[in-house]
Design a protein around this ligand. Structure first.
Ligand code: HXC
Length: 257
């Protein structure tokens, strides 16, 4: 598959997508989102892939939705084309997604990172929702995901002022899992992804689904959902293998069944 706005590779059991519009700091235009979704479709279908890393450049993960593409859109066009809704397909992926973020992750770039399951940040990362300065607000989940992740006070301040937040602050706020030196970002994210990809894929997918439930439902419902999936895991060969490997003092060899 020939892509123009992204680079796609596999590293063992890990799929790697590099956003690649350097001239526009990886601004997310409709072509890029379309290609990203195609690449993710292919990785999701590939039984050999257990985790996916999305990254950008040293300077920018992504500086937002493409302002030049959006500039002249009219309301009927946004409504008829259901502008932005195709981005949601990134958030509904079932395999784990890791965002490896260096430099700017602004507007739609921050929203794209938040659609991933884990954000690993370089110490150079800068997160923000500066849409307010353009006369709009976040439109790809920013007002919702950021608020749930870092809380109302900080989300409100970031979205209403457009202030950018550095990697350390983002880690303290709970937005990023870990901050690493910029030179080690990709290696670290790939290693994390490889660790996940070595686990049982169906069990990883169930754990992801269960954690995401915590955002969507009450505690009692979430606990019930978790319990149902937890019980179901005892029907898998991988549960037998994982526990037998512990007892035998060897590394588990999961077969994804
Ligand atoms: C289109 C963009 C862009 C964007 C940067 N560029 N961000 N093009 N859309 N979001 C382009 C610039 O126009 C410029 O192209 C080139 O990339 C380099 O950018 P510079 O501004 O020259 O770089 P620098 O001075 O280093 O400043 C970096 C920056 C700044 C602080 C990140 O580019 C910036 O403020 N960008 C916009 C950030 C933003 O507002 N994001 C939110 C977008 S709205 P030329 O051709 O001039 O060289 C959004 C809505 C989400 O995301 C809701 C729906 C998803």
């Amino acid at each position: 598959m020939a892509y123009e706005t992204i680079l796609v590779e596999t590293r063992g059991k890990v799929g790697l997508v590099t956003l690649n519009r350097p001239q526009a700091l990886n601004a997310l235009n409709s072509q890029l989102i379309g290609e990203l979704n195609q690449a993710l479709d292919a990785f999701e279908k590939d039984p050999g892939i257990g985790a996916i890393v999305i990254t950008g450049s040293e300077k920018a993960f992504a500086a937002g939705a493409d302002i030049k593409e959006m500039q002249s859109l009219t309301y009927p066009e946004t409504y008829l084309e259901d502008f932005i809704t195709s981005w949601d397909r990134v958030a509904s992926r079932r395999k784990p997604l890791i965002a490896a973020v260096a430099g700017f992750a602004l507007g739609g770039g921050c929203e794209l990172a938040m659609m991933c399951d884990i954000i690993i940040a370089a110490d150079t990362a800068k997160f923000g929702q500066p849409e307010i300065k353009l006369g709009v607000m976040p439109g790809a989940g920013g007002t919702q995901r950021l608020t749930r992740i870092i809380g109302k006070a900080k989300a409100m301040e970031l979205c209403l002022t457009g202030r950018l937040m550095g990697a350390e602050e983002a880690e303290r706020a709970g937005l990023v899992a870990r901050v690493v030196p910029a030179a080690e970002l990709l290696e670290d994210a790939l290693k994390t992804a490889a660790t996940i990809a070595d686990m049982s894929l169906p069990i990883v997918m169930m754990a992801k689904e269960s954690i995401n439930r915590a955002y969507e439902t009450t505690l009692a419902e979430g606990i019930r959902f978790e319990r149902r999936l937890f019980h179901a895991m005892f029907a898998t060969a991988d549960q037998k293998e994982g526990m037998a490997a512990f007892v035998d003092k060897r590394k588990a060899d999961f077969k994804n069944r």
